[in-house]
Design a protein around this ligand. Structure first.
Ligand code: ADP
Ligand code: MG
Length: 702
């Protein structure tokens, strides 16, 4: 179903706008990299909300202008005091006055004399900027605007301020967005009229205009009608999508499965441990889902180390008993390999055939495996998410399991259910998800929780140490390594640049090699999957004692003998991320330790954050803290995954809108489940605008 033509301007590439050359475009691309589309489009910008708006409408006088405030002054330009030749660190100063007093305008780096040109002595200018006080005198350092009296109107009187990053200035963004706003087409209203009227909300286009080209600072208020409307839109699109998936699950009926329990009993017999109560419960819930005629859509939530893999295996074994295949998908090849290694001996013991499909497989080998999948000879297939893009044909796929769901968004889930199979879906996540986020991201799913850790786990001794004690860390580590311990050494995280991450990991690797020789190895995201696999195997086999890593080990790696986790620049990581990393140790019965090395000075909040980790190993508690401190995007890893995050709605502020959106979406699904007619078309537009259009094919007629 093609996108309606009238929406086209919203999807225009930013390159097509005036003033966007290759340089700006590449900045924009980097800034909006989270979106999947590749090249940023008008919508990307529109969805980027200003934090606030500066009000320049109030003209002030020098004597009334308050330091720290933005003021717009009408000044007589008196005298220029250029910086002495060759002294670049001394600013160019301009003395000016109005009837109430004197003020100095300060400019650093007056290249080419533009300051003199833009404000000749003896003339008058409007000058707008933040007033400061220096040695008892008022000044403005680098005014935002200096305009001749007849050009007052060219100054944006109410100026939205954007959170700026990666070298994109608010000014550049503002100019571009102002142009983009003008291209928003009129779109039929998708919000129910009662909702609109009761709240006095503006149209989508008008709301965007209010946010990006405000005529008063109140226009951009996060509780103002424009922002509320847009936040509601975003939730509405999300809720509609989730409910669609759910109804789809029911409409496209699954197959009621029957289990012989023969293989399950065999599995129980070969497992080297007793399943925990929560594992048993989760398996029971999953099997009950599979027995019903509806398709299963279940989220298995379990902290790191809670033993999700075995639950997955039990589900796949049960599915095999009923005669159908299962696919287990991991976010990386490394993890797919690891799952395969874990599952292979158990499957052998039970008498099931399992295969791993990876990108590095030889063509002939792959062909053979694909053939066996097609005939049904192989019952369990392990791979990365690419499994679903690839041309894998299953004989009878009964169960799809997705590991580490938080890297895997609603979009991908949709792509899965779009495959049209009647297969049951189980997604597993190690991120404990607070209740508010469940509704926004997993509202369509039933949930099982692994609330306890396998017995015999030792608490992980967690400590914070300053980087200046590096020498002591090394000597202690030496002692432990001599005793046979194994350690992970995680290098600082630099969000902006994988290259810098790599450099720091390589440097650390070199430094540790001096101390530990061949016992140290390096693993990072740029390596080929095969290379990584070999290194992980050496580590698992104990050939390597210390594994220096970028955060590739963050998710899922399981080496029970590793007991030490060292994280450098711990203050740069999110709490949940650190918790995940720490979860890599403490998997066996030996005492484990986690060292959080921080760079001094450590701010008060940063210290409090890290302290949380030394106090608790409860992933839920840590996640709640993280949510408060960093926001939901980071918690769910949306940054990395390109999962449609929430950019207009703010969970704490707009909670009531989520409830409304949930109700309204339910009502629509009840009354017009195929999104028919004019109302339906408008709702489809909503899904397009909020990039949920993968859901649209779900609305089949009748
Ligand atoms: P995660 O939930 O983090 O994916 P895993 O499935 O990797 O956890 O399990 C972590 C470790 O705990 C593995 O080594 C696994 O064999 C072991 N394990 C799982 N369940 C139990 C149990 N009931 N008793 C003891 N060890 C278990
Ligand atoms: Mg796991």
């Amino acid at each position: 179903m093609p996108r309606p033509l009238e929406l086209t301007p919203l999807f225009a590439s930013l390159r097509s706008f005036k003033g966007v050359g290759p340089r700006l475009n590449s900045l924009l691309s980097r800034f909006f990299a989270a979106e999947e589309s590749g090249s940023p489009i008008a919508l990307d910008l529109l969805m980027h909300m200003p934090e606030r708006a500066i009000d320049r409408r109030q003209q002030s006088t020098v004597s009334n202008a308050q330091p720290g405030n933005i003021s717009t002054l009408k000044l007589h330009i008196d005298t220029h005091f250029p910086a002495p030749r060759g002294k670049r660190n001394i600013p160019h100063r301009v003395l000016a006055h109005d009837e109430s007093g004197e003020i100095t305008l300060v400019f650093f780096g007056n290249n080419g004399g533009w300051v003199e040109k833009s404000m000749p002595e003896g003339e008058q200018r409007f000058v707008s900027g933040e007033v400061a006080e220096f040695a008892g005198k008022k000044q403005i350092v680098h005014p935002d605007y200096v305009v001749p009296l007849d050009k007052f109107d060219t100054m944006p009187l109410v100026e939205p301020v954007y959170p700026l990053t990666h070298g994109l200035s608010s000014k550049v963004l503002r100019r571009l967005i102002a142009n983009v706003v003008k291209t928003i087409p009129p779109i039929d209203e998708w919000i129910q009229p009662e909702r609109m009227n009761a709240n006095n909300w503006p149209s989508f286009a008008k709301a965007m205009e209010n946010m990006h080209a405000p005529t008063s600072p109140q226009d951009t208020d996060i509780l103002g009608p424009a922002r509320l409307r847009l936040a509601y839109d975003e939730y509405f699109a999300g809720q509609l999508t989730l409910q669609l998936i759910r109804s789809q699950m029911v409409v496209e009926r699954g197959i009621p499965r029957k289990f012989t329990n023969i293989l399950t009993r065999k599995l129980d017999a070969v497992l080297p441990f007793q399943l925990t109560k929560s594992q048993q419960n989760a398996i029971l819930e999953i099997k009950q889902d599979m027995e019903t005629p509806n398709r299963m859509s279940r989220l298995l939530q379990g902290d790191v180390g809670s033993g999700k893999t075995i639950v997955a295996l039990a589900a796949m074994v049960a599915m095999a008993e009923s005669g159908a295949q299962s696919a287990l998908m991991a976010p990386t090849e490394l993890l797919a390999n690891q799952h395969f290694d874990t599952l292979l001996p158990l499957c052998k013991a039970v008498g099931l055939s399992i295969t791993l499909i990876t990108g590095k497989m030889k063509a002939a080998e792959k062909q053979q495996a694909l053939e066996k999948i097609k005939t049904g000879e192989i019952q369990i297939i392990v791979g990365t998410h690419a499994l679903f893009q690839a041309s894998v044909t299953f004989a009878d796929l009964g169960l799809t399991i997705v590991d580490e769901q938080h890297r895997f968004g609603v979009h991908q889930r949709l792509a899965l259910s779009n495959k049209g199979q009647k297969s049951d879906l189980l997604v597993m996540t190690a991120t404990p998800i607070p209740r508010t986020l469940i509704l926004t991201h997993f509202g369509d799913m039933a949930i099982s929780v692994l609330s306890e850790k396998p017995a015999g786990r030792q608490p992980i001794d967690t400590a914070m140490v300053p980087a200046s004690t590096y020498g002591r860390v090394i000597s202690r580590l030496k002692k432990r390594v001599e005793e046979g311990a194994q350690a992970y050494w995680v290098c600082p995280l630099v969000e902006e640049s994988e290259i810098i991450n790599l450099v720091s990991a390589t440097d650390r690797h070199a430094a540790l090699k001096k101390e530990f020789g061949d016992k140290v190895s390096l693993i990072h995201g740029r390596m080929k999957p095969g290379e990584k696999q070999n290194i992980m195997r050496d580590f698992k086999d104990g050939k390597i004692s210390i594994l220096v890593a970028t955060t590739v080990i963050e998710v899922g790696v399981d080496v029970p003998n590793a007991t030490i986790m060292i994280v450098e620049h711990a203050e740069r990581f999110g709490l949940s991320q650190l918790h995940q990393l720490r979860g890599r140790v403490g998997r066996g019965e030996k005492n484990s330790a986690c060292l959080l090395i921080y760079q001094e000075p450590l701010g008060e909040t940063a210290a409090a954050r890290l302290n949380t980790l030394t106090q608790t190993e409860d992933g839920f508690e840590i996640a709640e803290q993280d949510l408060i401190l960093r926001g939901s995007g980071d918690l769910l890893g949306t940054r990395q995954s390109g999962m449609p995050g929430y950019r207009l709605a703010i969970p704490d502020v707009h909670k009531h809108l989520l409830e409304w959106a949930h109700q309204d979406a339910s009502q629509i699904m009840a009354e017009n489940p195929t999104l028919a007619g004019v109302e339906g078309d408008a709702l489809k537009n909503l899904l397009y605008v909020f990039r949920r259009d993968l859901a649209i094919p779900l609305f089949r007629a009748g």
